[in-house]
Design a protein around this ligand. Structure first.
Ligand code: ARG
Length: 593
């Protein structure tokens, strides 16, 4: 996807630079598109607000970069003195191979802060002709436990959906729960032959997940014993009934599957996750074999040792079996059919799969098969891999019994938040506000905790750390928002003419404006790299800088009414940026905290 030139500060300057450069080097052909990407933000503000790296230009002019930088600086200074029309920058200076620009407070306010205040800045399209995209995420298996690990996938996918939509990319969100397979058979086997517990009247989904874990452990214990063969026979009978949609186990499957689905839906509702379309493994399953047979009949697949599939050896991906010699399909078979449906039934041009890193080879094979089957969308299929979530004492396992069920985690977090932060407001706030704020803060803690780490890196789940109000956490950013809200409430009595930023000249004020003005480029970067952690880092910087600004640039005690209003406008813009940014992570804000 091609990024648009949405940054007004850079766009204006690129245009101004272009006019100056071609007035001097008359045979240079230069466009705004050429210059815009050469404008960057220097590491320290003392060096300027924007820097123009002259390397490509120096190459064209066959001169050394520092010399060219000096010449351009002199040219711009000269034009600034002569020109009757004002230049956008205040001051220009060369440092080595860079030409550095400084802007005035009112100019930064007009260009960067006003669009945030009016909301127009949040309505820009960030990419050119974006393809119709499907993002598939959160594909938990029914009958198993939903644990903290599943939350990473859900948060990543949901945030990518929100970010892409924000950037103007048309998105269809989808999920693909695994409601068939051996895990289901194991769970039903245990229920029928080994379970002693009564079925609870509430919390059936979680209970079912525990039954699966017990099944798994018991089957492991039976391995190598005379029981093993017997188990295997029973499991395959169960699978057959589910497949043929008949018999006692089919009925049990239907009933128990719904328990898991109800639990999934409760959790999606709690975290405000919505899917435009639900695919089910059970639904794709039967058609997938037919589809593969059709491709084979069309000569698109080959036979090898009785199996049917695609030879991917020249890509070092081996032989991808799609139909075993017994006529059964495999996981890849379902993914071929699923992809076909996505492309054909929803006119999908780009397809993203949020699935953990263990499935990397699987998706390479599937995408390679799709390409050879002639799907042009195959080049725009992308597996967003992510790493695991571990507990401070290591990986989660049913054997160790240290799996943290999601529902339990949610309840624990909410009680922790109430006890530690909200109970003190019991006499002032309504019970409803306490409850809803507890839920908003818990969501902030979980989602931010899951998203702030690069998807490639492991997450160590630590509830206390994630709930800290004074660190790199969701509640910290939410608290920053609530704090700006309370500042604005405090000063909202004074009614004044609209700010123009005329009084803003302190370094921290300019720095805050520059940072707020980065919102869209940060969002675009997160979309391009599939990394919501870019958004987390950015919001953390905004929250920290605002708090520094608020200490050093007092609002109530500002030297003039004009300055006070300008600073209040900056506070307002900060509030908008925090709120919009958190929303793109799927996090809501509390009005007070
Ligand atoms: N349900 C699968 C699992 O838990 C993940 C499905 C991923 N999506 C896909 N299209 N294969 O491993």
């Amino acid at each position: 996807m091609k990024k648009l030139l949405f940054d007004c500060l850079k766009h204006n300057l690129a245009d101004e630079l272009r006019r100056a450069l071609i007035s001097h080097w008359t045979d240079l052909s230069l466009t705004i598109e050429d210059l815009y990407p050469l404008l960057t933000i220097p590491p320290q503000q003392e060096m300027g607000h924007l820097a123009f790296g002259v390397f490509p230009l120096a190459k064209k002019l066959r001169s050394s970069p520092p010399v060219i930088a000096q010449q351009i600086t002199a040219l711009l200074q000269q034009r600034q003195q002569q020109s009757s029309s004002q230049s956008s920058f205040d001051r220009v200076q060369s440092i080595g191979p860079y030409v550095n620009f400084f802007f005035s407070g009112p100019f930064l306010f007009k260009t960067l802060v006003e669009p945030v205040l009016t909301g127009a800045g949040f309505k820009q399209k960030l990419f050119e002709s974006a393809p119709q995209t499907m993002i598939e995420f959160s594909q938990p298996n029914t009958h198993k436990e939903l644990h903290v690990g599943h939350m990473r996938n859900a948060c990543l996918g949901d945030s990518l959906v929100r970010l892409n939509r924000y950037a103007g990319v048309p998105i269809i969100s989808t999920t693909f729960p695994g409601d068939v397979g051996t895990h289901v058979a194991k769970c039903l086997w245990f229920l029928k032959y080994h379970n002693q517990e009564p079925i609870p009247s509430v919390g059936k989904g979680e209970w079912l997940g525990r039954m699966y874990s017990k099944a798994h452990l018991l089957l492991e214990d039976h391995e190598g014993t005379p029981e093993e063969a017997n188990d295997r026979e029973k499991l395959s009978a169960i699978l057959k009934q589910i497949e043929s949609r008949s018999g006692e186990f089919y009925a049990l499957w239907l009933e128990t599957r719904q328990w898991s689905i109800d639990l999934m839906k409760d959790i999606y509702q709690w975290c405000h996750i919505k899917f435009d379309h639900w695919y089910w493994e059970s639904d794709v399953d039967s058609d997938s074999v037919k589809t593969v047979k059709k491709y084979f009949a069309e000569g698109k697949l080959v036979e090898s040792e009785g199996a049917i599939g695609m030879d991917l050896n020249d890509e070092n991906l081996g032989f991808c079996v799609l139909l075993k010699s017994d006529g059964n399909g495999l996981y890849s078979t379902k993914d071929i059919e699923l992809a076909r449906r996505k492309f054909e039934e929803h006119s999908i041009e780009r397809s993203v799969y949020v699935v953990d890193m263990r499935q990397a080879l699987h998706f390479k094979q599937v995408f390679a098969c799709l390409k050879r089957l002639g799907f042009k969308q195959a080049d725009q299929c992308f597996h967003l891999q992510y790493n695991f979530v571990e507990l401070p004492d290591g990986a989660m396992s049913s054997r160790k019994g240290n799996i943290v069920p999601l529902i339990q985690l949610i309840h624990q977090m909410e009680s922790h938040v109430k006890e530690n932060y909200l109970d003190r407001y019991r006499s002032e706030w309504t019970n409803d506000e306490i409850e809803s704020t507890a839920s908003v803060i818990s969501q902030g803690a979980i989602k931010y905790g899951m998203l702030k780490i690069d998807p490639n890196k492991k997450i160590v789940f630590d509830m206390a750390e994630w709930l800290k109000i004074d660190g790199d956490s969701g509640p910290y950013i939410q608290y920053a928002y609530a704090r700006v809200q309370s500042i604005l409430r405090k000063f909202s009595g004074t009614n004044i003419p609209l700010s123009q930023g005329d009084y803003l000249k302190q370094s921290l004020e300019l720095q805050l404006m520059m940072l707020l003005g980065q919102f869209n480029s940060q969002m675009a970067q997160a979309v391009e790299t599939y990394r919501p952690n870019v958004v987390c880092n950015y919001l953390y910087e905004v929250a920290k800088l605002f708090s520094q600004f608020y200490h050093e640039c007092p609002i109530g005690r500002a030297e003039s009414e004009g300055l006070k209003q300008d600073r209040l406008a900056l506070a307002k813009a900060t509030r908008e940026v925090l709120k919009e940014g958190l929303a793109l992570l799927g996090i809501s804000v509390p009005e007070r905290m």
